[in-house]
Design a protein around this ligand. Structure first.
Ligand code: PLP
Length: 425
């Protein structure tokens, strides 16, 4: 039995698909203790959009540490935090028409940001109910877990999960069904059994739930519905944000403004824990310290986050590169689908948040296993773990992206042929 099996809790998960010990990482590659290289199409589940140990970010952090800059600062003012707030405002929020939004630093993980968003929406509206969507994933702490759809995670709560009404996400009943018309009707009906909600919370592309994505039209309609029924719109951009969809925020393409935005994962740019909840200033009814958390002042993450925003988001160049790579990924995925299952495989998601849906989780698992054997780290998502999810770092070179996609294609070939043999025997 190795150290992990002997002493680490059974709750460990990703490591079960990749049973090696990694000791180094650079760009889009992971290296094991014995020097084997793996291309990383998992990217810390969306935390490493700029790859591992990006040299500019690393240098900024090293310089900061060398200068004895604060590491931990609770929520005290620090130069690193001041610089991040100004950079977020100037580089991200103001150019996107979100200049009257304020930034709340929450505990350092995504679920902390979601908790703050939900608490604030309930406090502001005086309503308890929140609408969340089928296949949504919002974290595994109390209120966030209530909004998460996945039964495996919900089952871990050990207590009842309250005050959330589940609605069908865009396309849940196929292209033709108008899920928002249904929602509107239920909200209008005083006898539908739904209390007036404080908020709706959603992902624009469902990262864990199977890369289901909402259209611009659906999002605009939902925005109107929120206004009509006095519900706040919370967009959980923890996974789809920070450039994954091609724009900094995943909702930009729809031209909508959410009331509250959650951000984490790739916000620090370097894999350091950092989360914020961003909302319109008029919603800021918190009393000092009313919602807190010791680790809201990860100054190392503030340093790398500011550097990331300045290095990648001052103009449109990076966004264009992501969109171009996204097209390449989706083109290659369509080719894989055509070759190994035109009727059974399907490209899901958007841009660099794309994947291939298999008819079942078994095939998707086999693809992950075959990929790993050939030097590619890639994972699945979806309600049956049936979607092979390609999450390459956005900074990956064309060559490495192409090499990773070649491996993915070989893995589909191997897994499909094994599945055919098994069916025949
Ligand atoms: C959309 C979304 N929201 C919230 C979370 C929770 O973030 P964390 O795992 O950092 O608590 C995740 C994590 O995958 C996520 O994808």
């Amino acid at each position: 039995m190795n150290t992990f099996e002997q002493y680490e809790s059974e709750v460990r998960s990703y490591c079960r698909s990749f049973p090696v010990v990694f000791s180094k990482a650079k760009g889009a590659s992971l290296f094991t203790e014995d020097g084997r290289e793996y291309i990383d199409f998992l990217a810390g589940a969306g935390t490493l959009n700029y790859g591992h140990n990006h040299p500019e970010l690393k240098q900024a952090l090293l310089d900061y540490i060398e200068s004895d800059g604060l590491t931990h600062g609770l929520d005290m003012h620090s130069s690193a935090k001041e610089s991040l707030i100004n950079t977020l405002q100037d580089v991200i929020l103001k150019p996107r028409g979100l200049k009257n939004y304020v930034i709340q630093f929450t505990g350092p993980t995504g679920t902390n940001s979601v908790e703050a968003a939900l608490k604030l929406a309930r406090k502001k509206t005086g309503r308890e109910t929140v609408i969340a969507f089928t296949n949504g994933f919002h974290g595994v702490s109390g209120a966030a877990l209530s909004c998460t759809g996945n039964q495996h995670h919900r089952g871990g709560a050990g207590t009842s999960l309250h005050n959330v009404v589940r609605m069908p996400y865009a396309g849940y009943f196929g292209e033709q069904a108008d899920t928002l018309a249904m929602m509107d009707k239920m909200l209008n009906d005083p006898s539908s059994g739904i209390d007036q909600p404080a908020a709706v919370i959603l992902e624009v592309i469902q990262g864990e739930g199977g890369l289901n994505s909402a259209s611009a039209e659906w999002l605009r309609k939902l925005r109107k519905l929120c206004d009509k029924h006095g519900m706040l719109m919370i967009i959980d951009d923890i996974q789809a944000g920070c450039g994954r969809s091609g724009d900094f925020f995943s909702f930009e393409f729809a031209g909508i403004k959410p009331d509250i935005i959650t951000l984490s994962k790739s916000l620090s740019g370097f894999g350091l824990p950092l989360a914020v909840t961003v909302f319109r200033k008029d919603l800021d009814i918190w009393k000092p310290g009313e919602h807190n958390g010791t680790f809201r002042g990860n100054n190392h993450a503030f340093v790398t986050a500011s550097k990331t925003l300045r290095a990648f988001w001052q103009d449109d160049q990076f966004s264009s590169e992501i969109k171009e790579k996204g097209q390449m990924v989706r083109q290659r995925m369509r080719k894989i689908c055509d070759r190994f299952g035109p009727a059974s495989l399907k490209v899901k998601g958007r841009c660099m948040m794309s994947g291939i849906e298999c008819p079942d989780g078994e095939l998707a698992d086999a693809v992950v296993e075959e990929s790993f054997k050939r030097g590619l780290v890639i994972e699945t998502c979806g309600n049956q773990d049936q979607v092979v999810k390609c999450f390459a770092p956005l900074t990956i070179s064309h060559e490495k992206l192409s090499k990773g996609l070649d491996i993915l294609e070989q893995a589909f070939a191997a897994a499909s042929s094994k599945a055919t043999q098994a069916a025949a025997s």
